[in-house]
Design a protein around this ligand. Structure first.
Ligand code: FAD
Length: 375
């Protein structure tokens, strides 16, 4: 068992696994470390599966558009596992004049960046999805958005990376990064020391503490959000749904169950000794919202609810790329609750960065030092 590789990746979420896969494809030796006993047990195993371009920050939109155009459609075949990708569109729903204003603003921003998204009225909404209630007066419609299964996607990247020789070590909590002769080299866990020419930190919110060991700070917070899954229902629709109010989002899975996420507003104040807690209020609150939009689901049974953390960046987009002050260090965190949809292209871009290749897309908008005071 070697503890040295060309690249060490901290974190085996979908970002770590995808990056490992694209690196290994080019013959690079890679070690992935995770503190958990299983891989991908952070946000990557808990998310809503949205593969969406609409509603994204203009800085992030080129990444989402590239992934939807070039990567998601071939991912199942490439990884040898059905990631349950569906490109059947995203309806972001509105029920009030204020909602329509919000949707118009998002649509204008996205079309200015070249995304094919448009505003439609209530009648057109129900032609696309007849299950939506008459309370919906309009929506933004992006026909090329979609959804996929986050567990299968993460597993697919993990297995494909392993087939190419990537070593994964679980139960390895990284506690410190160390430089050797001015360059990042050592990754110290509670039990071992690993060494690599490049180190990619993709550990979600925990990246903040780790990066702090080499003097780098990423301004992000750790937000707990909740989701739920219903019993399997007969096939109803294939679109991803969201709302102008962000009171819920979700889709129907291949298995027939609906996965929905949302918020009650209580999450931010419901704390135990400073720590976020889940509450019995959130799921009923999400469901009350859903029933107004999709009355047919009024009797759907909830099988399970769960919570997961989002690494929320102060300016709403991730931090990606090289760190000038710490040669050898590459950061990949602060995905702000929308990292799954862009994970294939982020993995590819990080692999290119680690190999010092020209990147397929420009990463400069995501630099770690964009928060520094202008001199
Ligand atoms: C409820 C919910 C719904 C969401 N819905 C969507 C959606 O619909 N669409 C979308 O695009 N995104 C969504 N997201 C966001 C998405 O899940 C994340 O952006 C994405 O999974 C980030 O992947 P990651 O690999 O960076 O992080 P993670 O999956 O969190 O992986 C980080 C890994 O680092 C490991 N780690 C942490 N600290 C250490 C350490 N010190 N040493 C070693 N390992 C460590 C963790 O154990 C974990 O496995 C949602 C998130 C949540 C929580």
């Amino acid at each position: 068992m070697s503890k040295t590789a060309d690249v060490i990746i901290v974190g085996s979420g979908v970002i770590g696994c995808a990056t490992a896969y694209y690196l290994a494809q080019k013959g690079t030796s890679v070690i992935v470390l995770d503190r958990d006993e299983s891989i991908g047990n952070g946000g990557s195993a808990r998310n809503g599966g949205g593969v969406r371009q609409s509603g994204r920050d203009p800085r992030e939109l080129p990444l989402a558009m590239y992934a939807v155009k070039n990567m998601w459609p071939v991912l199942s075949e490439e990884l040898g596992i059905n990631v349950e990708y569906h490109k059947e569109g995203n309806l972001r729903l509105g029920k009030t004049a204020r909602h329509m204003e919000i949707l118009q603003g998002l649509t204008d921003r996205a079309t200015a960046c070249g995304l094919d998204v448009k505003m439609i009225d209530g009648k057109e909404v129900r032609e696309i999805n007849p299950f939506l209630s008459d309370e919906v007066i309009g929506a933004s419609w992006c026909a090329t958005d979609g959804h996929a299964n986050p567990l299968l996607t993460t597993l697919g990247y993990y297995r494909a990376a392993r087939r190419l020789g990537v070593q994964f070590f679980t139960g390895e909590e990284v506690v410190e990064l160390q430089k050797v002769k001015g360059k990042l080299r050592k990754v110290v866990t509670q039990k071992n020391v690993y060494e690599g020419d490049k180190v990619i930190v993709a550990a979600g919110y925990a990246s903040r503490k780790l990066l702090g060991t080499v003097g780098i700070d990423v301004p992000m917070s750790n937000d707990l959000i909740e989701a739920l899954v219903t019993e399997a229902e007969p096939k109803m629709f294939g679109q991803m749904l969201g709302t102008a109010d962000a009171d819920f989002y979700g889709h129907q899975t291949d298995h027939g169950s609906f996965v929905f996420g949302g918020a009650s507003g209580f999450e931010t104040v419901n704390k135990d000794n400073g720590h976020n807690m889940t509450s019995g209020i959130t799921a009923p609150c999400i469901c009350r919202g859903i029933m107004k939009y999709i009355p047919k689901l009024a009797n759907a049974k909830i099988v399970r609810t769960w919570a997961g953390y989002e690494d929320v960046c102060i300016d709403g987009v991730p931090v990606l790329g090289n760190v000038d002050e710490v040669p050898g260090l590459i950061v990949a965190c602060a995905f702000t609750g929308h990292g799954f949809g862009i994970s294939p292209i982020v993995g590819k871009l990080l692999a290119e960065t680690a190999l010092e290749e020209e990147t397929t897309l420009d990463l400069s908008a995501f630099r770690y030092d964009r928060f520094h005071a202008a001199i």
